[in-house]
Structures are given as structure tokens and as C-alpha cells.
Design a protein around this ligand. Structure first.
Ligand code: BG6
Length: 471
């Protein structure tokens, strides 16, 4: 069992309340982090553990139990902190030393930085200067001891290539890459972690996984909800920076990567990084939902995109000539995250036997987790007619109760020291380089009605590329 001190910087924020504290509660209830100290720290001077617990409670969706919850809340400590004041970090380090020794903890430390990335460098410098996190040079551990110190940085990591590069350079001065986890919770979504596994563990798939048999790939992340109360953040970032640079590009990398030496740790990161270096933008359109300009904290003349549809290519021998279509948007008619792998159409044997459609492998991450393989089969009757049929594996139906949330899986993996859940610095910089290039194109921005499939110009885009979005 792991013994760990978890410091949550940004403990009063939306992410902590909705995702991180519920994830920590589950890990605690399942005894994955039984012996622990959880310190929440944030700017609010008057916040209390009771308030934080009350705000978190509605977001616990699985396995709520009164006694476990009370015990969990009992492990929490809240400390106000100003991220720009060094003395606050020094004081926090002293408090943690004392609490660790009182609770008999060995000093393994995990710091979760859930703040805006503009603070990352300053926070890193102060974590280092105060001794709260120590640089570790030998493998994952401090020389001569088994104690580890690790830091998680939330996405988006930076705002463009230059800022991401500056943050990476700053962090590298203080900590070893082995201690750093730039995370993307899409990498720990159950079906995303499954992509490489199903591909490399099934002989019926891997030989077909290339431009000889695959016609195109669509990756779609549609959301019904708008930007909610996140106008301040969202208006600065927009869809390309908020989800394409990270979630969609990481899914693309998982689909496209070459076989890693091992299906874990740095081997996977190396292969993902190789893919992102080869991504090339071809075409795209952007959109903004009607009513966006009236959202709280959004500039009245904002040109921030809440929708994007892109065509990309991956310039390597495996994927030469295969278009990758990515689409995302807020306030759309559907909530779904899907990857559709479209295989090439076979030749017709007889006019009537022409398959009505190509074969598809669909990997659905939400609203349900499932794999669907679409095959052409004969419809009974005198006509030799072929119709598409679905072979379906519903992961949620079988394993929903034992599937951890992405943030649970992520914290668990970091505690175990698995770096595959971390996006490597070159991987993140390649993704930003590509996004910077897309912004530099000055793509058209169209308005769309909430609850629709996006701007009506999406149809022109699809026609132009001879494709249709699969639903
Ligand atoms: C976050 C984005 O990273 O991912 C949000 O900031 C988005 O804007 C969310 O809604 C989508 O994640 P999920 O897990 O709800 O699909």
C-alpha cells in the first residue's frame, strides 16, 4: 500500500470540487491511498475543510458511504496560500513536515497544480526553494531512500508554443523529467487506454492498421453544454487550445502510434511524441455559438471559437494519404466523444452485392464506452442485398461499476510512477506548434445556433473533402 501526502494547489476551484476531490475520495475508499495526508491550498483565506467537503459532496457519483466520507474528510487539511509569496510556501512546507511526522508518513509527496498555467513557473520555483518538493536525480527516487516527490500540472499546459516552452524550461531547472506529470485526463479514460491494447493484442486489427486498408479517421468531441461559468478562462483559450491541442491530439496520437517497445511508461510517450511531430494541417473552419458574446466574462467583440472542424494529415509511411478529420464544439445538439476508423471500400462482385457502406471500427468514449465494428451482411430475401450491421461491445454495460474515473486512474498511475499518463515536453510542444500554425491560417469563423451540429458551412467543408461525418 502506498503512503502519500497529496498537496492540492487550487483546492477551492471547480476542478478540485468536481473531479479531484471525488477521485481522491474513491481512491481512499478503495484503500488505494489509505495512509495519507491531503492538504488543500488556495487563495481564499476563509475557506474551511467543511465548506470544501460540502461543495464536493454532490459530485461523488459512485460508492458514497457516510462513514468512509467522514473518515476521508478527517484526513483533509486546508491552508490558505498566495501563489506569488515564497514565505507562504516555506510555511506550508513546515506544516507538511510536522503533519507527516505526526501521522507517521514517510514523506512521499504528490503536488497537484490545478491553477492557470501562467502560475506554473512561479509555483515550481517556490516548491523548489521551500524544499516542499525536492529534485530527485536517481530514477524516481532520492538517493539512498525510497521516498518520491512528483508534481502534476493540469492542462492546458501553456497558451502557445512559446509559453509552453518557457514553462518547460523553467520546470526543468528545478525538477527531473521523471518527477513531472503534464497530464491530460483523456489519456486515462478507460477506452482511450484501451486503444493501443485492442490494436496490439488483436491479430485481426494490427495488420489492417495502415493506409493500405484505412480510408480515413474521424475524431469527434461534441458537447451539449456551453462554457458554463468559465468565460474568463474560455474566452482566452477557445476550442483549439482548450480541447484540440490536448484531448483530440492525444487521441490522434494513440490511434496513429507505432508499436511501443512496451505498452507502458516512456515507451508509449515516445511513440505518441513521434506522431505529433508529423501532424500537418490541411484545412479547417471555426465557429462560435449564437449567444456566446452574452456569456459572463466574455468580451463583447470576442472572436474566440467554440467550434472547430479540421482536416489533418500524419506525414509518415503508415498514414500517408489518410485524412484525419477532427471536430469539436460546445453547445451542440449531441454529447459524444467518438473515434471512427473507416476502412477502404471493397470492390463490388456483382452490382447488387456492392456493400452499402465501408467497414467502420468506432471507439466511443462517451456517453457510453463501447467498441462497434460495422460489417456488411446479406439481408434475407431473393435480392443479394448487403446491409451494414453492428458488432457491439459495451464496456460501460459490463464494467461501469469497477471502472475508475479518468482522474482516479490518473492519480493512481502517478502514485505508481507510470509516466505514460504524462505528456512529454516535446510531445506537448509539437501539439502547440501545430495549433499555433492553425491559428496563423486565419480560418473563417462562422456563427451557429445552439443545439445544432455546428455552423451550416460545415456541410461545404465536408463536401469539399468528399466526406460525411458519421454519427
Ligand atoms: C476539459 C475542457 O479539459 O475537458 C472542457 O477544459 C471540456 O472544456 C472537458 O468540457 C471535456 O472532458 P470530458 O471528460 O467531460 O469529456
Amino acid at each position: 500500500m502506498n503512503d502519500v501526502t497529496i498537496l492540492l494547489l487550487g483546492a477551492t476551484g471547480d476542478l478540485a470540487r468536481r473531479k479531484l476531490l471525488p477521485a481522491l475520495y474513491s481512491l481512499w475508499r478503495e484503500k488505494k491511498i489509505e495512509k495519507c495526508l491531503i492538504i488543500g491550498a488556495a487563495r481564499e483565506k476563509d475557506a474551511t475543510v467543511a465548506q470544501i467537503a460540502e461543495a464536493t459532496r454532490p459530485y461523488i457519483q459512485r460508492g458514497f458511504d457516510d462513514t468512509a466520507w467522514r473518515d476521508f474528510v478527517g484526513t483533509l487539511v486546508y491552508e490558505p496560500i498566495d501563489f506569488s509569496v515564497e514565505e507562504d510556501f516555506t510555511q506550508l512546507a513546515r506544516t507538511i513536515d510536522i503533519l507527516e511526522s505526526e501521522r507517521g508518513l514517510s514523506g512521499n509527496r504528490l503536488v497537484y497544480v490545478a491553477s492557470a498555467s501562467t502560475f506554473y513557473c512561479g509555483i515550481t520555483e517556490k516548491l523548489s526553494a521551500s524544499g516542499l518538493v525536492k529534485k530527485q536525480t536517481v530514477g524516481h527516487q532520492t538517493t539512498g531512500s525510497h521516498v518520491w516527490h512528483r508534481i502534476i500540472y493540469e492542462k492546458p499546459f501553456g497558451w502557445d508554443l512559446a509559453s509552453a516552452h518557457a514553462i518547460n524550461a523553467c520546470i526543468a531547472q528545478h525538477f527531473n523529467e521523471k518527477q513531472i506529470y503534464r497530464i491530460d485526463h483523456y489519456l486515462t479514460k478507460e477506452l482511450a487506454s484501451n486503444i493501443a491494447l485492442i490494436r496490439f493484442s488483436n491479430c485481426v486489427l494490427e495488420p489492417l492498421w495502415n493506409n493500405r486498408y484505412i480510408d480515413q479517421v474521424q475524431i469527434v468531441l461534441s458537447e451539449k453544454m456551453g462554457i458554463q461559468n468559465r468565460g474568463l478562462y474560455y474566452d482566452e483559450y477557445g476550442a483549439l487550445r482548450d480541447v484540440v491541442q490536448n484531448h483530440l491530439y492525444e487521441l490522434l496520437a494513440l490511434v496513429c502510434m507505432e508499436a511501443p517497445e512496451k505498452l507502458e511508461g516512456d515507451s508509449i510517450r515516445e511513440q505518441r511524441a513521434q506522431v505529433l511531430k508529423k501532424v500537418r494541417f490541411v484545412d479547417g473552419i471555426l465557429g462560435q455559438y449564437a449567444g456566446y458574446l452574452d456569456e459572463q466574462y466574455v468580451k463583447k467583440d470576442s472572436r474566440t471559437e467554440t467550434f472547430a472542424a479540421l482536416q489533418l494529415m500524419v506525414d509518415n509511411p503508415r498514414w500517408a494519404g489518410v485524412p484525419f478529420f477532427l471536430k469539436t464544439g460546445k453547445n451542440l445538439g449531441k454529447h459524444e466523444t467518438m473515434i471512427h476508423i473507416k476502412f477502404k471500400q471493397v470492390d463490388c462482385l456483382l452490382a447488387k452485392q456492392c456493400p452499402s457502406d465501408a467497414n467502420y471500427l468506432t471507439i466511443q468514449l462517451s456517453p457510453e464506452e463501447r467498441f462497434t465494428l460495422t460489417l456488411n451482411v446479406r439481408r434475407p430475401g431473393p435480392e443479394q442485398e448487403l446491409v451494414p450491421m453492428h458488432m457491439d461491445y459495451c464496456h460501460s454495460c459490463n464494467f461501469a461499476l469497477i471502472t475508475p474515473t479518468p482522474h482516479e486512474a490518473l492519480i493512481d498511475e502517478v502514485i505508481k510512477g507510470d509516466q505514460s499518463v504524462s505528456v512529454r515536453c516535446d510531445e506537448i510542444e509539437s501539439a502547440w506548434k501545430s495549433i499555433d500554425g492553425i491559428y496563423a491560417q486565419g480560418l473563417p469563423l462562422y456563427t451557429y445556433e445552439p443545439g445544432t451540429a455546428g455552423p451550416k458551412e460545415l456541410e461545404d467543408f465536408s463536401n469539399k473533402h468528399g466526406m460525411r461525418w458519421r454519427s
